[in-house]
Design a protein around this ligand. Structure first.
Ligand code: C6P
Length: 416
């Protein structure tokens, strides 16, 4: 049984008021709130065994190392990595995980004429690093178009992935449209041409079961802070052979085997990609976040989110003047519902909603090319997680009424 009230009690922040009314937090695609167990894990580390890892031989260092490495195994198993101890690399966030691949894999394996394929719905984090590496290597950028519902055009998938493709870098779930992409089918096509597949899992891993062996992706990037964990921790999953074949990304302590004044040899996986003192406390607390999600079960998380997402799509679509972007069937998308309300600017809308304690995101959502494709400069976005209830969607819809009263009757011309 999905006990949402029990879940809500685990999140201290959900008790707070904003402008004198209870917080309605609908900005989970940006970052999620943290349960007590994650906050406690952070405090417990600092109060009881704060030490640097891998290098100390004292008790505190050993305890901290064990807890850090235990999270590595949990994170790797969470996505069903075959060799979790070697294939799970900690970074700062999804962005750094993708930059690690674009640099450490791209600089070594891309050459002029090679093609990097992404999609029209990518977040800047899965776009700009490829632009930079294309400039550095002479590789060419290509992107797969989307249709008006915000889904990939399959003919264009087949047209863009071909003999020159060396990497397909694709989001599994759009942070704007919510669209879930058919990664397994796309990976099968890419592999037929010998290309590798990087999946941006920033929005998918927190919200649905993700199995890297089933998808057969070569790399998967995601962030702790979008799945109940602390900020400052990201994961890069990579197939062991590929990670072994790559050069290091950053040089320094921890990632070496032997160092002379002239040259160095590098540590084995995963240390080769973790230069310097890592974010020990936050990695350890990320372990508590994974425990929390596993206690609920990722299938239950997905079921809950599909229900509230469908409720939100239907409720928002019924408001005169609202345009909802992306797929309208929650089976095809995750819990991010992006919309515009007539001619009310999303920033104004967000401020009016904030007065009612409702937190949404407004802007380009780090996806400027996609905004242009949708024909707008900005949108409003409500995004859900395990603790959101339908009555919070009702509050959002009521909030639109307040915006209507403040900004005057919204026009209905923008209705899709
Ligand atoms: N999207 C949003 O509000 P970082 O910042 O590195 O943890 O995640 C980057 C990132 C990469 N890919 C996708 C699909 C994402 O949604 C994000 C983060 C947030 O939509 C912040 S812009």
């Amino acid at each position: 049984m999905y006990d949402i009230e029990q879940i809500r009690r685990d999140f201290p922040i959900l008790d707070r008021q904003v402008h004198g009314v209870p917080l309605v937090y609908l900005d989970n695609a940006a970052t999620t709130q943290k349960p007590r167990s994650v906050i406690d894990a952070l405090v417990h580390y600092y109060e009881h065994y704060n030490a640097n890892i891998h290098r100390g031989l004292h008790t505190l260092a050993e305890e901290a190392t064990a807890a850090y490495e235990a999270t590595r195994l949990k994170a790797g198993r969470f996505i069903n990595a075959e060799f979790p101890a070697e294939e799970t690399i900690f970074t700062r966030n999804t962005t750094e995980s993708i930059n690690l691949v674009s640099n450490a894999w791209g600089r070594k394996f891309l050459k002029p004429g090679d093609e990097i394929v992404f999609t029209a719905m990518e977040h800047h984090s899965n776009l700009v690093p490829w632009q930079m590496i294309a400039q550095a290597t002479g590789a060419t950028l290509r992107y797969i178009e989307i249709d008006d519902e915000g889904k990939l055009i399959w003919d264009d998938v087949l047209a863009k992935i071909g003999a020159k493709t060396k990497i397909v870098a694709i989001t599994q779930m759009s942070n704007v449209l919510g669209t879930i992409n058919p990664i397994k089918a796309i990976a099968a096509i890419a592999h037929r041409y010998g290309a590798v597949v990087l999946v941006d899992g920033a929005q998918s891993v927190p919200h649905m079961p993700v199995d890297v062996r089933d998808l057969d992706c070569d790399f998967l990037a995601f962030s702790s802070h979008k799945m109940l964990g602390p900020t400052g921790v990201g994961v890069l999953y990579g197939k062991r052979d590929l990670l072994n074949a790559m050069d290091p990304f950053l040089g320094g302590g921890e990632m070496i085997m032997k160092v002379s004044y002239e040259s160095s040899t590098y540590a084995a996986l995963p240390n080769k990609f973790e230069a310097g003192t890592p974010n020990i406390a936050d990695v350890i607390a990320f372990g508590a976040a994974i425990d929390y999600l596993e206690d609920i079960g990722m299938s239950a998380v997905r079921e809950h989110e599909m229900a509230i997402t469908q409720y939100a799509i239907d409720a928002l679509s019924a408001v005169e003047g609202v345009t909802v972007y992306g797929p309208k069937d929650a089976h095809d998308k995750g819990g991010a519902v992006t919309f515009n309300y007539g001619e009310v600017h999303p920033h104004d809308l967000s401020q009016v909603l904030d007065q009612q304690g409702i937190a949404i995101r407004a802007g380009h959502h780090c996806a400027q090319p996609l905004m242009r494709r949708l024909g707008c400069v900005a949108t409003a976005r409500a995004s859900f997680y395990i603790y959101n209830r339908n009555d919070e969607v009702d509050a959002l819809v009521d909030g639109l009424g307040a915006a209507d009263r403040i900004f005057g009757r919204v026009t209905t011309t923008a209705r899709a």
